[in-house]
Design a protein around this ligand. Structure first.
Ligand SMILES: [Zn+2]
Length: 417
């Protein structure tokens, strides 16, 4: 689709893991219902509300599959597995034909037989130097790119001809179990057999270079488990996704606190903006994020913003923490609405429900509100799971959101005559 312009700026504001279940500690309210959110309540009153199934009713979406869906890409058609997104999120390029894995720095015993600690003490001490010691090695005709991520995490990208992604994990997924050989799922699959061979050789090479690496001598001296083995898992090929601008006719910026979603934004050709003070935790600087959104809206007609805190709090069973970060997001919404005013077409929702009582993602829908000068109103007076269930938007799916927003922005091509 060619670039379209209407003067409006679409902002899709995702409070990560926004939806929740009633929490006994909050007198049976959800964190969103319990929060003091005067701005989001006003936007709900002035706009149109509903419930959103990020992927489909009852599906416990991940942040990656849900964001794909919310940007209009059906994850059942295009989701490549976590590996490619993880890799792209930390700045490794993933090209068509590459196979990418998530990985851990792990501790294996001397003969490289038994996994002692799959996360190498959850310490990032020296992981950058260790990654640099193996990054770029060539095995057969394949270049192995390896880069550290946060704490004990990393990513591995294999770049070369004739690679398949149907390989089993060398990761036994539990401490004290033997390291496994990567194998093709189907012995006839020569491309995946090649990938398995490269992975196994890469693990041996990394073990040899890391076992007596100065970083690990330092870790031994400090009593930290050595990081002497990369443990890759979750392989996937690079996805074939239509760039966002081509799909929707809108250039876009991406201001998000989830590495996987940064990777997705980069892959879709969005401008990925890093915000100092954005920590992906409850202490994140929402005012700085709001400022970055306002600034990006001067350059792009569409902005995706994700604040991770609500999900982090809910994973920790921390309902008061989730209430507090939702209140910070409310203040950020006020800041953005004040600055952008009548130019703004806003959608506020979550990428999935993360229930404080359960400590993980669950399949209930998230509340959603649309607000802007072209948006109709309904009778909903407050932003929350229960009030939004009565809204005029009804119950929609993630893949509906961009269609609804581009219609409100008057930039959607007509379907038919
Ligand atoms: Zn999420």
């Amino acid at each position: 689709m060619p670039e379209v312009a209407s003067g409006y700026v679409g902002l899709l504001l995702i409070a990560d893991g926004l939806g929740d279940r009633p929490v006994p500690e909050l007198d049976g309210q959800t964190p969103l219902e319990a929060a003091n959110i005067p701005t989001l309540d006003r936007l709900a009153r002035e706009g149109e509300c509903g419930l959103l199934d990020p992927v489909a009713p009852g599906v416990r979406g991940g942040s990656d599959t849900s964001h794909l869906s919310l940007l209009g890409y059906d994850p059942y058609q295009v989701y490549p597995g976590r590996g490619p997104f993880e890799a792209m999120g930390i700045g490794l390029e993933v090209q068509p034909g590459d196979v990418a894995f998530r990985a851990n720095f792990a501790t294996v015993d001397g003969p490289m037989k038994t996994i002692l600690d799959r996360r190498a003490g959850r310490s990032d001490l020296g992981t950058r130097e260790l990654a640099a010691a193996v990054d770029g090695v060539q095995i057969e005709d394949v270049i192995c790119r390896f880069k550290e991520s946060t704490v004990h995490r990393a990513a591995l990208v294999l770049h070369g001809p004739g690679l398949g992604d149907q390989v089993t994990d060398p990761d036994p997924h539990e401490n004290g179990l033997p390291l496994l050989e990567a194998r093709p799922r189907n012995p006839q699959d020569a491309a995946s057999a090649k990938t398995a061979r490269i992975v196994n050789a890469f693990l041996r090479l990394a073990f040899e270079r890391w076992q007596h690496h100065p970083v690990n001598e330092r870790r031994r001296a400090l009593g930290i488990p050595v990081a002497n083995l990369p443990l890759p898992r979750g392989p996937g090929r690079s996805p074939h996704l239509e760039p966002f601008q081509q799909k929707w006719g809108l250039s876009a910026a991406c201001i998000v606190e989830v590495g996987l979603v940064k990777g997705l934004g980069r892959y879709l050709g969005m401008e990925v903006i890093e915000v100092p003070g954005s920590t992906a935790g409850l202490d994140t600087d929402t005012q700085a994020i709001g400022g970055a959104v306002i600034e990006a809206a001067g350059r792009h007609p569409f902005v995706l913003c994700n604040v991770k805190g609500p999900d982090v709090a809910a994973h920790d069973h921390n309902a008061p923490g989730k209430v507090a970060i939702i209140e910070k997001i409310d203040a950020m919404a006020a800041q953005i609405v004040t600055a952008l005013g009548d130019r703004l077409i806003l959608a506020v929702t979550g990428d999935h429900t993360t229930a404080c009582t359960y400590g993980d993602h669950t399949g209930e829908p998230c509340p959603i509100l649309f607000w802007g000068p072209t948006v109709r109103t309904d009778s909903v007076q407050r932003f929350g799971e229960r009030p939004c269930a009565a809204g005029a938007v009804g119950r929609i799916r993630g893949t509906d959101v961009l269609r609804i927003m581009t219609s409100y922005m008057n930039v959607q091509e007509k379907f038919g005559a």
